[in-house]
Write a protein that binds this ligand. Structure first.
Ligand code: UD1
Ligand code: CA
Length: 459
């Protein structure tokens, strides 16, 4: 059956106190609206329509390429008015699912159940019982038992004191037979406390036409919580992160503290992985068996092989790390860093677009950029590749078993022969031979009788 999905995203989001449209604020690194779009695409073949209004240009830019159709609502006269704008774009039959751009954690399974509940021309509402229902539309039922038939939804601002006691609320998510929905929303009026066209008024219309209304409960509160303020955004972020952390621990990952863990993307883990506090994982990260991640590491788009240890405060982006490698503390691996097995990269070492073959070491205070480093090379403290001449980048090739002393500058393009040694403090601008010691620095001299300059004495 044809499914249309409408995502409401035209509202102002005043309480965010931000110039960024509310639905573009990020949760776990992705815009709120993107979470909803991803869930929509999990529902299979459907036409997806996003209602834009406030910040429409930015929101439409953000969804370009998603396949969703943007429909503008100008001005914004309420949720019912919003749906009126999409009526010409909806199908003639089938079901329409209404989601909210600022309710990011709705799960596909819940949405699918709602769509199924709609079969046979019924109106399906997603509801939840809240201890603190202030602000929400309340579900009115016949009798006071929860099992009573749904009669309507009354908005908080329009509710009587007795109605405000009701704890079952409308989550803002519903599924309706498309043909009926179109007819109902075109008949809405704005005769209410906010002078808005309330989508929720269609419930009463359905009841009036004896169309069955089913209200199904969301499984978890987190699924239906909306974001209206930075506080709520942070709260939802923590709930979402906790959910991810729980799933990883379920898979065997040992976390020092699941409350201090952030994943903004996807993390694949092997057996016996340990993650200390305060780490942030972004993009696609793969951790092999027995990988240990120290405290406060930021790791984005990386593959870390079995048994590698990442010490605290290490930044890794776009890198591959071989089995048994040791990185950090305070190391920075940038895009194209490719470390072999048992490689050591120590404190204050930066590696960019460089390959370090098995067993190579750069333990302290070094920069390797655009370099090919052979097996077992020892790259001394304070040494760097000068890979950039101000216009172009050049490669440095270091043969296997080379020892580069401390504080050397390797001016690329340059190549160091296998097994060679570079004396500390050398500036190497020409290729060096294999197996020999190369020293390129001024000879040390001592001047007898030399005197320090003196300040002129005051007369
Ligand atoms: C709405 C429901 C309320 C429900 C609550 C759940 C109505 C009348 N009320 O209330 O029963 O408990 O959501 O959060 O529907 N939007 C537009 N255009 C508009 C107005 C709103 O696109 O003209 C969008 C907003 O961007 C938002 C969603 O619709 O994504 C809900 O709007 P909001 O103003 O937050 O609804 P509430 O008044 O809180
Ligand atoms: Ca409102």
């Amino acid at each position: 059956m044809a499914l249309d999905i409408v995502i409401m995203a035209a509202g102002k989001g005043t309480r965010m106190k931000s110039d960024l449209p509310k639905v573009l604020h990020r949760l776990a690194g992705r815009p709120l609206l993107q979470h909803v779009l991803d869930t929509a695409s999990d529902l299979g073949r459907a036409r997806v329509i996003v209602i834009t209004g406030h910040g429409a240009d930015a929101v439409e830019d953000a969804i370009a390429g998603s396949g969703a159709l943007a429909v503008r609502q100008m001005p914004q006269l309420g949720t019912g008015h919003a749906i009126q704008q999409v009526v010409p774009h909806l199908g003639d039959e089938g079901t329409t699912l209404i989601l909210n751009g600022d309710v990011p954690l709705i799960e596909a399974e819940t949405a699918r159940a709602l769509v199924e509940a709609c079969a046979g021309n019924r109106l399906a509402l997603l509801t939840i019982e809240l201890d603190e229902p202030t602000g929400y539309g309340r579900i009115l039922r016949s009798g006071d038992a929860m099992g009573g038939r749904v009669l309507g939804i009354v908005e908080h601002k329009d509710a009587t004191a007795a109605q405000r006691v009701i704890r079952e609320v409308y989550t803002g998510i519903m599924a309706a037979p498309t043909a009926m929905l179109k007819r109902w929303v075109m008949a809405l009026s704005n005769d209410n406390a906010q002078r808005e066209y309330y989508l929720t008024d269609i419930v009463e219309m359905a009841v009036h036409e004896r169309v069955p209304v089913v209200a199904s409960h969301a499984r978890a509160e987190t699924e239906v919580l909306g974001v209206n303020s930075p506080l709520q955004l942070a709260d939802l972020e923590r709930r979402f992160q906790r959910r991810q952390a729980d799933a990883l621990m379920e898979a065997g990952v040992r976390m020092a503290d699941p409350a201090r863990f952030d994943l903004r993307g996807e993390l694949l883990t092997g057996r016996d992985v340990e993650i200390d506090v305060g780490c942030i994982f972004e993009g696609q990260v793969v951790l092999g068996d027995e990988v240990r991640i120290g405290a406060h590491c930021v790791i984005r788009d990386a593959e870390i092989a079995n048994g590698a240890v990442i010490h605290p405060y290490t930044h890794i982006e776009g890198a591959r790390i071989g089995p048994g490698a040791m990185v950090g503390p305070y190391a920075r691996l940038r895009t194209g860093a490719d470390l072999g097995a048992q490689v050591h990269v120590g404190n204050f070492v930066e590696v960019k677009n460089s390959t370090l073959a098995d067993g190579a070491k750069a333990n302290h205070l070094a920069y390797l950029g655009d370099a090919t480093v052979g097996e077992r090379v020892n790259f001394g403290a304070g040494s760097i590749t000068a890979n950039y001449d101000g216009a172009n980048k050049h490669r440095t090739v270091i043969g296997a078993d080379v020892h580069v002393g401390s504080n050397c500058v390797l001016i690329a393009p340059v190549s160091l022969g296998e097994g060679g040694t570079i004396g500390g403090g050398s500036t190497i601008a020409k290729d060096t031979p294999a197996g020999q010691l190369t020293v390129a620095r001024a000879r040390q001299v001592s001047l007898a009788g030399w005197q320090r300059p003196r300040k002129p004495s005051k007369a």
